[in-house]
Design a protein around this ligand. Structure first.
Ligand code: TYM
Length: 332
């Protein structure tokens, strides 16, 4: 049987190495992007290490997170033969385009960005200019590769829309240059809930479940998921419970139905549900966890993958930047 022809559209997505990736990153962006890697001729995955500079202040930790995200991508199934995996900071084109775009970015557009408004609302100590202009750098990441599709979680939707607005503005001002990107956000995984049961899963809420952490850490994070206070014997509503919601994202249809029945019948406590989730979780990620251990033994391979990725990405990025520079009059 002939395989389906690949889409000629371009896909781009990134993860910020400001900690170790968690289930929200995986389900919201990494898994969908890896699933799409076979469908697109050109897919770019990168480690957004210029973005993580807005929060990480320790160089040794930063290095560990950067390598960590790359290892995670590979362990989770990204195939460097099919896609381009690279580090944002390996390509100065990102920062350069970011500056050019910032010169057409209305101040008010940044001021209305959710992530910035959240930081201001939380009275973040000493908010930085980097945090304020974060969406412009993200627009540069996307537009440099003329991306059509950007698989992200809901929290990044506005940023992709800003990239689209800036592309449109640039095209109107200097002539047709950029493809207008679109976010790809499947509804069921748009916002993975955190273990606190109130916020989306996020490093900044400290409500995450790690993917590659030690087994005891993962079990502790899962056992700490907030539930209501219904007693063991009472029937429970699966649809409002975080343990059940997370289980649904990694279990089979039959397993989900079985758990639903247990919730509805009563006589089944949240403690047991959490143990079931923890076992499923470790089973779900067992292969990736093993693969990551193997990958860690040869960091030379990882460095090679990133160097090759940077070279491939550079071809696209430098071409776009040259066009942009011609359009704005920087190439004489
Ligand atoms: P980051 O590193 O915070 O998150 C990486 C991806 O994971 C998604 N995600 C979630 N999805 C669903 N539920 C959750 N609880 C959840 N938490 C995180 C995020 O939406 C994201 O898709 N600014 C970006 C990195 C970036 C980028 C880019 C992404 C930089 N440049 C260009 C796409 C294109 C960020 O901080 O993601």
């Amino acid at each position: 049987m002939k395989s389906k022809p690949k889409s000629t559209k371009r896909l781009v997505t990134g993860v910020k190495p400001s900690g170790f990736p968690h289930l929200g990153n995986y389900l919201g962006a990494i898994r969908p992007a890896i699933e799409l890697q076979n469908e697109y001729e050109e897919a770019f995955f990168f480690i957004a290490d210029l973005h993580s500079l807005t929060t990480v202040r320790n160089a040794a930790e930063h290095r560990e997170y950067i390598r960590g995200v790359a290892l995670d991508f590979l362990a989770l199934g990204l195939d460097p033969q099919k896609v381009t995996l690279f580090r944002q900071s390996d390509l100065p084109e990102h920062a350069e385009l970011s500056w050019i775009l910032s010169c057409i970015t209305p101040f008010g557009l940044m001021d209305r960005a959710h992530a910035w408004k959240d930081a201001v609302a939380k009275k973040l100590k000493d908010p930085t200019v980097g945090l304020f202009t974060y969406p412009v750098l993200m627009a540069a990441d996307i537009l440099l590769y003329q991306a059509n599709i950007v698989p992200v979680g809901k929290d990044q939707k506005q940023h992709v829309e800003i990239a689209r607005d800036l592309a449109d503005k640039f095209n109107h001002t200097f002539g047709e240059t950029f493809t207008l990107p679109e976010p790809s956000i499947p509804e069921e995984i748009a916002s993975i809930p955190g273990t606190d049961g109130t916020h989306k899963m996020s490093k900044s809420y400290k409500n995450t479940i790690e993917i590659f952490g030690a087994e005891e850490v993962i079990r502790k994070q899962i056992m700490g998921i907030k539930t209501d206070s219904k007693a063991v014997e009472e029937p429970k509503d699966p649809d409002t419970d975080t343990v059940f919601k997370l289980y649904c994202l990694i279990a089979t249809a039959t397993e989900i139905e079985n758990l639903r029945d247990k919730y509805l019948a009563g006589g089944f406590g949240y403690g047991e549900a959490k143990k079931l989730l923890a076992n499923k979780y470790l089973e779900y990620f067992a292969e990736a966890r093993q693969k990551r251990i193997e990958l860690t033994k040869d960091l030379g391979y990882l460095d090679e993958v990133l160097a090759t990725g940077a070279q491939k990405a550079k071809k696209f990025a430098s071409q776009t930047l040259t066009t942009v520079k011609k359009k704005v009059g920087l190439l004489l």
